[in-house]
Design a protein around this ligand. Sequence first.
Ligand code: THU
Length: 129
Amino acid sequence: MESEMIRKAREVAGHSHAPYSGFPVGCAIADQDGKIYTGCNVENASFGLSVCAERNAIFHAVSVMDKKLQIRTVIIYTPTPSPTPPCGACRQVISEFAENPVIISVCDGRDIITGSLNDMFTHPFNLKP
Ligand code: THU
């Protein structure tokens, strides 16, 4: 499962639109049924409109699922010598659709970052009316 997700994250990084940063990112997430969804980062000339790979993978999953997404695993791939953990904004978005998923960052080097969302993101924002 994880090796298939890594392969898909690497493949989707090839679709990245990152002409401004030159930093392609691919992401694969697995849902509660083991189904895999992917996304890449998509940048814009108006830089603030750029969207990360993780959020694109999640929004893609939400758009096609007929039940609420529960993320079990997140794989992030960058074609870099060291792995890239998810940014804070993506950690918040992951927290909306998961209890405590495993997050694994892989790259072209040997290092891997593995952790749970709770390790990486201790106090998510929640609306408490
Ligand atoms: N990026 C991601 O896709 N995911 C992250 O978690 C961090 C950053 C993208 C955004 C931008 O297109 C490029 O990497 C450089 O910041």
